[in-house]
Design a protein around this ligand. Sequence first.
Ligand SMILES: [Cu+2]
Length: 175
Amino acid sequence: MKARMLMLAALALTPIAATAHDDAHQGMMHGMMPGMMHGKAESGHSGDSGHAQGVGKAGDPKKISRTIQVLMSDDMKFTPAKVNVKRGETIRFVVRNAGQTKHEMVIGSMAELKEHAESMRKMPGMEHDEPNQVTLDAGKSGELVWHFTKAGAVDFACLQPGHFEAGMMGKVSVK
Ligand SMILES: [Cu+2]
């Protein structure tokens, strides 16, 4: 009876040992994972933040690299519609609405701008006071200070209802 108990105990121990081994193995794997995860998380993070910061961020008005004049007109155009900047530059856009209707300059990714234009269509008159945009009544001038942190293309558009759809957009090429 005792021997049988021991046998059972021994049999019972075998799977436990195997499990323990697996656990240890997994533990080792797990021990390796943080490094792997870290690398993965890091690249994922930089990818994410790269997406989020891909267009740059609000610039410090005290650290202006250059000023660029931008004209907005009723023919649904930004002049210039193509702007070249260097990576790391903080640009002060001095924007003037030369038209008879309200226009705005909004900086963002094309996906963000499309989404924003969509909600503007649903809720006309929806006004924002965000650092990535300047909304101007006819004849008014305003400023937009933007820090271009990443090389690539950054889009801008007028999201007044119908304007984006009419092609009122431009592109900043960051090199
Ligand atoms: Cu417009």
